[in-house]
Design a protein around this ligand. Structure first.
Ligand code: NAD
Ligand code: ZN
Length: 361
């Protein structure tokens, strides 16, 4: 048996207001005055001087606002990289992503593509990145995806939605300041938070489970239950801190295991319909009682408690060809199915069965 040797985020700062320390964190990492820091910031903060006025800009440092309306694409990474190369005197000292999973993934991918030749799509897969990325920092402003700790950056390319999974992908530095999450709208809070909850269930119920993953998964699950079910008596700021740590632990749990059916199926929805990760996972997970009975029961309680209505009938208009494409995308993620259902997963989850599930959504 050969065990995988995974990298982790080497530096993390945690605490409300820790965002104010960004300047002192970055200063020693500046290569020279011609090598700027580039801040990729969710454009939801464009008019938010509370956050943007605290971004420390010196010399040629730049803020690039990016919309998170759509999930990141390989072509978007390529054009950001081109724009940065054309507009900087030297290779940047660092890339800082400020936002949710979308911005964090973009920051990781841009940092990688600044030092690796070709196009982002060439690196979708496992361990294809050759050169160390530019120094990169992740600052989440919404909690749940675990993108702040993960070894992947999920991108939609011309042929598939697949991560750049590599030892160079994880951030060099993460700043966990839960205050930055205080204005997240309730529905989005729920969808992204449920991404974390679903990571826990899929990891803990999976056949790949081991003590490393279990210990992180159980911790994250407990935090999710406190935040989404027992929040009475919990201060808003405590709830935000707990969800931020749940996201971190949930991400750590899947580093050494895998996600499962909800993720495989939600990749299909995302590729074909553009359904975003958090809500897509919720739409799928809602239909998976057969596979995760306890997890889905609790999910439905949380949904009800927070008055969340999921869209219905999203696959009902799809053609046979579209359904088949969606099934292909989902089945392409073999490790997720194997984790969920074991080595003989193909006997349990047939194309017909998968189609039937999609048509329920
Ligand atoms: P997101 O980044 O797509 O943002 C969702 C919405 O919330 C956007 O409208 C955004 O503008 C808004 N938002 C973010 N912070 C806010 C704030 N503080 N106040 C108000 N609005 C705010 O959401 P997400 O769910 O965090 O990320 C989804 C993405 O993460 C997907 O692209 C998915 O593929 C990716 N993902 C990556 C990993 C990984 O390990 N790399 C894991 C899971 C998901
Ligand atoms: Zn996820």
């Amino acid at each position: 048996m050969s065990y995988k040797n995974f990298p982790m985020v080497p530096r993390v700062i945690f605490g409300r207001g820790s965002f104010n320390q960004l300047s002192e964190i970055l200063a020693p990492k500046r290569l020279n005055i011609n090598a700027p820091f580039i801040f990729l910031v969710d454009d939801v903060f464009k008019a938010n001087s509370w956050l943007t006025s605290r971004i420390p800009l010196s010399y040629d440092d730049k803020i690039i606002y990016v919309s998170a309306a759509e999930e990141p694409k390989t072509s978007q990474v390529d054009s950001l990289v081109e724009n940065i190369i054309l507009n900087t005197k030297e290779r940047p000292s660092g890339i800082i992503g400020i936002g949710g999973g979308t911005l964090l993934d973009l920051a990781k991918a841009v940092a990688i593509m600044l030092t690796n030749e070709g196009e982002a799509k060439d690196y979708q897969g496992w361990d294809l990145v050759k050169n160390e990325a530019v120094y990169h920092v992740g600052i989440p402003t919404i909690s749940g995806t675990g993108a702040e700790v993960s070894r992947t950056t999920v991108l939609t390319g011309p042929d598939r939605k697949l991560g750049i999974n590599s030892d160079y992908t994880p951030f060099d530095q993460v700043i966990l300041d839960s205050e930055l999450t205080k204005k997240v709208p309730t529905e989005q809070w729920f969808y992204t938070g449920m991404d974390c909850y679903i990571h826990c269930i899929e990891s803990l119920e999976g056949t790949y489970l081991n003590t490393f993953s279990q210990s992180y998964g159980e911790m994250a699950l407990e935090l999710c239950k406190e935040v989404f079910l027992d929040e009475e008596g919990l201060k808003q700021s405590d709830s935000e801190e707990k969800l931020m740590m749940a996201s971190w632990h949930g991400g750590m749990s899947i580093v050494y295991s895998q996600v499962g059916i909800a993720h495989a199926m939600s990749y299909g929805l995302s590729y074909l319909l553009g359904t975003k990760h958090g809500i897509g996972n919720c739409i799928v997970f809602d239909q998976l009682e057969e596979f995760y009975p306890e997890g889905v029961k609790l999910f439905k309680q949380m949904k009800e408690k927070h008055g969340i209505e999921l869209p219905k009938g999203i696959c009902s208009e799809l053609s046979e060809a579209d359904l088949n494409k969606m099934i292909d995308i989902a089945f392409d993620l073999a490790p997720l199915w194997e984790n969920a259902l074991g080595k003989n997963w193909q006997k349990i989850m047939t194309r017909d069965k998968l189609k039937e599930l999609y048509l329920k959504m």
